[in-house]
Design a protein around this ligand. Structure first.
Ligand SMILES: NC(=O)C1=CN([C@@H]2O[C@H](COP(=O)(O)OP(=O)(O)OC[C@H]3O[C@@H](n4cnc5c(N)ncnc54)[C@H](OP(=O)(O)O)[C@@H]3O)[C@@H](O)[C@H]2O)[C@@H](O)CC1
Ligand SMILES: [K+]
Length: 481
């Protein structure tokens, strides 16, 4: 599991560690790691380290200090180093003298000439944890002129560390070396796509950090939670999932949602709705009926995809919410809950609910997402006493207690029509198997993305093929676990 802390929590932990370490030791440790990564990048890119040329972009604070110290360490390995100072009066004094002592060259940003274009590697020490807003014009102009790969110190300058928002010019790095802990920007879209490979360096903060603010599931975490049938299981004991989705207008949504559920776990899937014939034709193993009252018992209901928003759909959502089992409400079910607040009264108190809006559905329900997706989703989860999964390049999942998972895809394969229907079927299957709602949603997001990647393998892919790749995604997990 990858754990993520906001900048204020990291600063607080840093203060504790700084108070008991020798002055400057933490920075030198961080900077040494940057120099090691820089040397590796030089060797991989140019075949050697000695004699190569690294340009440091140095801002007004400790992030620039890291870059200056890294430059001093690189000098010891025979690398030519030029530091470009964006704020000469504020450049980190000890870092600057260390670089000068080591034989590094120092130039002012306004006198930079062709220096950025002559580099084999650029180190971005413009701004780190204190970053606010996009790059300022002088920094943006420098970055624009750099043609070599960029190694970002702590984070690519110009992105917002806590929200991952990119509201102006920003560095796009080939790699990022970060210290002490992952920060939200490393896992949130769009900033995460500016980081390149992220390398975390231990500087002794972990014991002081406490509980993380956000988590990211690894394959192993998903593998240990996925329901596999045990020897004593039968088709009922693994949890029966019910699908109340689709209809005569959108029978495809019924099929796709059912596919997600059928292919995620063994056991039984029931379908209730006017697309029963279409579902039965595609999945003969599904117990399909025309109405909810004939559906029989289930351990979780999935509702919403392709349901429409007419009065019949509203009644379906009302009945499902009143059934006393976990519910996942997607698409039109979210729209109905937004448009008819009285529907909330139907919810059997205490039964788990997972809401899976995309951004427009989220806006209808809880207002504009804004730049801070994690804050918006956490607030909605508290307000509705539900797990909320906001879809996107970074899918954000929060529960009412403030636990948050992020799943960053970095690719757009899952962004295809009907793909959300498949996701809700997967979540339903995991909920019915008894997995806690937060984990059901987070594992489903992971599994869905993995299936999309497998199905796509480099080409566009429709939602039905994403569903068909779910077994391969599960098998892949078992192999890697
Ligand atoms: N604490 C520690 O022990 C350790 C800390 N470490 C390192 O320290 C870093 C944090 O350093 P920090 O707090 O000094 O601030 P930092 O991020 O360098 O910003 C400097 C100044 O930049 C400015 N600025 C703001 N936005 C901007 C923008 N968009 N574009 C351009 N400029 C912008 C703003 O100054 P202003 O111009 O507004 O006065 C701001 O004050 C951290 O990320 C890590 O690298 C490591 O060494 C490990 C040990
Ligand atoms: K930086």
């Amino acid at each position: 599991m990858r754990e993520v802390w906001t900048t204020s929590r990291i600063r607080a932990a840093e203060d504790v560690v700084l108070a008991r370490t020798q002055s400057g030791a933490l920075m030198r440790r961080a900077a040494f790691a940057v120099s090691v990564r820089a040397a590796r990048m030089l060797r991989e890119r140019t075949g050697r380290v000695t004699g190569r040329h690294v340009v440091l972009l140095v801002g007004a604070g400790n992030n620039g200090g890291d870059a200056l110290w890294a430059g001093a360490f690189l000098r010891r390995r025979g690398v030519g180093v030029t530091a470009v100072l964006l704020a000469p009066d504020k450049a980190h004094p000890e870092g600057l003298s260390a670089l000068r002592r080591a034989g590094g060259r120092v130039v002012l940003a306004q006198d930079v000439g062709d220096v950025p274009a002559e580099a084999d590697l650029v180190i971005d020490g413009i701004v780190g944890l204190a970053a606010r807003g996009g790059l300022r014009p002088d920094a943006a102009a420098l970055v624009e002129r750099a043609t070599a790969p960029i190694l970002a110190v702590d984070l690519p300058s110009g992105v917002d560390p806590d929200t991952g928002a990119v509201t102006g010019p920003a560095v796009t790095a080939a790699a990022t070396v970060t210290f002490g802990a992952y920060k939200p920007l490393h896992v949130l879209h769009p900033a995460a796509s500016h980081c390149g490979d992220v390398h975390l360096i231990d500087i002794g903060l972990r014991p002081e950090l406490g509980e993380p603010d956000t988590r990211v599931l690894d394959p192993d975490d998903v593998a240990t939670r996925l329901p596999l049938p045990r020897p004593a299981d039968d088709k009922y004991t693994q949890g029966v999932v019910g699908i109340a989705a689709g209809g005569s207008t959108y029978p495809g949504a019924a099929v796709l949602t059912t596919s997600g559920a059928v292919l995620t776990k063994s056991g039984m899937v029931r379908y209730a709705g006017s697309a029963a014939d279409v579902v039965r034709a595609r999945w003969p193993e599904v117990i399909a009926t025309g109405s909810l009252s004939d559906a029989g018992r289930v351990q979780a209901w999935v509702t919403g995809p392709g349901l429409g928003t007419a009065s019949g759909a509203r009644e379906t959502v009302r009945e499902v919410l009143a059934a006393g089992v976990p519910v996942i409400a997607d698409a039109d079910a979210v729209n109905l809950l937004a448009a008819h607040p009285d529907l909330w009264d139907a919810r059997e108190p205490g039964t788990p609910l997972v809401l899976t809006p995309h951004e427009r559905e989220f806006a209808r329900l809880a207002g504009d997402v804004g730049h801070d997706r994690v804050a918006a989703v956490t607030a909605a989860a508290k307000r509705y006493n539900a797990v909320v999964l906001l879809k996107g390049h970074s899918t954000v999942i929060a529960d009412p207690k403030g636990h948050v998972f992020v799943h960053y895809t970095g690719r757009a394969w899952p962004a295809t029509a009907g793909s959300g229907d498949v996701l809700s079927g997967i979540i339903g299957a995991l909920l019915a198997a008894g997995i806690a709602p937060l984990y059901a949603a987070a594992c489903a997001a992971w599994l869905h993305d993995s299936a999309a990647t497998i199905a796509a393998s480099g080409a566009p892919v429709p939602a039905s093929l994403i569903a068909e790749a779910i077994p391969a995604a599960i098998r892949g997990l078992r192999v890697s676990a």
